[in-house]
Design a binder for this molecule. Structure first.
Ligand SMILES: Cc1ncc(COP(=O)(O)O)c(C=O)c1O
Length: 426
């Protein structure tokens, strides 16, 4: 059980939570900060320590925590509505759908919306729709190493292998990017092996959980061309990358594609649990009324958060501001790489990066030492991805002063990391 020296309140809460078995429903963490409050890019622990949030709940709080205008607008929009509107309609829901589709006008295929309660739920529903759209097709193609969620069809296409006998894989450019012709050949082989039988293609804009691999633009463009040629719905999983992360509002803009279905989550509601699929009407309409319904999807709180977040993105020009901040973030990470030999690579774009370090034991030390910081202050990372990659995804609204403070804290605290520790002791 995680316990930190001097954290009387945090340790007591960690012990109580562990005794109830909470770890089964929580993402693994090597530090497990116990939070009392949050504002902007800062988290305060129950023991009074201040952490710069370098995770945003894994690309969720893109507008930062407790954003004043966002919280106010959510309250205004929700006034009088019940928290849940199962089997009911609200105008708020229509306004949120309209605003979402308007925000996606760069993709003319974003015609209709399907609500979901979580990212995995959205992916499952998008795949269900594609499978129903052409019911004589059975094969699902996914990119190897992707993460789309742990449940249902999303779980079937996550990782490198699947229990679903209909899943086939295409390699995703990682450390070694193969020549274009190789991927094209693999795609053509898939089409030749399953003529007229491929029901859908699903990929992430960049491999997040597999360690932050951002492919060349031509990779997604080639997939889209191939999907178009064979009449295969192209599903882009923007659960993690939507709402400004890659330097544009949507990652499909960054990569120059127009997917048939785009799955959105995490930042969509800036912390309110909500996900959605936006895309071609003919594909989404393949689901019968009620097929993709559940208790919580599209509830008024979720719709208010979607609408309020989109309004703030526009009124505060969040993406434009984040672009400027991204340059500072990148140079800060490059400076850390120059300073610490245990940093092997910095990969990413916009406001989402991975810092690859020599091994998992070093990565875990980095997370812990960043958390411990200078005692009073630290920097919060989620646990390493793919064993040895630290995810950097602060709120898009983090300011230059906060970034600079985080840089200084990391420079100091990572000097305590023992780079000679190997994986066998992690
Ligand atoms: C790209 C991507 N897709 C899907 C999911 C699943 O989302 P959720 O955890 O909300 O089910 C995640 C979660 O990390 C993700 O990063």
């Amino acid at each position: 059980m995680i316990q930190h020296r001097g954290e009387r309140h945090g340790n007591a809460i960690r012990r109580r939570a562990a005794s109830k078995g909470v770890e089964r429903s929580r993402a693994p963490s090597s530090t497990l900060p116990v939070i009392a409050r949050a504002k902007g890019s800062a988290l305060w622990t129950v023991d009074g320590r201040k952490l710069t949030d370098f995770a945003s709940g894994h690309c969720v709080a893109n507008l930062g925590h407790g954003h004043t205008a966002f919280e106010r607008r959510c309250r205004e929009l929700l006034k009088g509505f019940p928290r849940n509107a199962y089997g009911l309609g609200t105008e708020l829901e229509v306004q949120a759908m309209d605003a979402l589709l308007r925000s996606m006008k760069g993709n003319p295929k974003a015609e209709k919306v399907l609500w979901a309660a979580t990212g995995a739920d959205g992916i499952h529903k998008a795949m269900m729709a594609a499978l129903r759209f052409q019911p004589d097709r059975h094969i699902i193609v996914a990119t190897r190493g992707g993460f789309h969620g742990k449940k249902g069809l999303a779980g079937d296409v996550s990782g490198n292998a699947s229990d679903n006998p209909n899943v086939r894989w295409l390699s995703f450019p990682q450390a070694d990017v193969e020549p274009r012709a190789n991927y094209r050949k693999k795609l053509d082989r898939l089409a030749a092996d399953h003529p007229g039988d491929i029901a859908l293609f699903i990929t992430e804009p960049y491999l997040g959980a597999a360690g932050s691999y951002h492919p060349p633009k031509w990779y997604h463009q080639m997939i889209q061309t191939w999907c178009n040629k064979h009449g295969i719905p192209f599903i882009f999983d923007e659960i993690q990358s939507c709402h400004g992360r890659t330097g544009n509002m949507y990652a499909y803009e960054t990569y120059g594609v127009t997917p048939d279905l785009v799955a959105l989550g995490k930042g969509l509601g800036n912390g309110e649990p909500v996900a959605a699929v936006a895309g071609r009407a003919d594909i989404l309409d393949a689901l019968e009324p009620g097929d993709a319904s559940d208790t919580f999807s599209g509830n008024p709180r979720a719709c208010a958060a979607v609408l309020a977040a989109l309004e703030i993105f526009k009124s505060e020009a969040i993406v434009r501001q984040a672009k400027a901040r991204a340059v500072e973030l990148r140079s800060m990470l490059d400076a850390l790489k120059s300073h610490f030999a245990f940093i092997k690579a910095v990969r990413g774009e916009g406001m989402v990066y991975g810092i690859e370090v020599t091994n998992g034991a070093v990565a875990n030390q980095c997370v812990l030492e960043a958390y411990l910081g200078n005692g009073k202050k630290g920097v919060h990372f989620i646990g390493p991805l793919a064993g040895n990659v630290l995810r950097v995804s602060p709120p898009l609204v983090i300011n230059a002063k906060e970034l600079d403070e985080a840089y200084r804290l990391l420079r100091d605290s990572w000097s305590r990391v023992d780079p000679t520790v190997d994986n066998s002791v992690s």
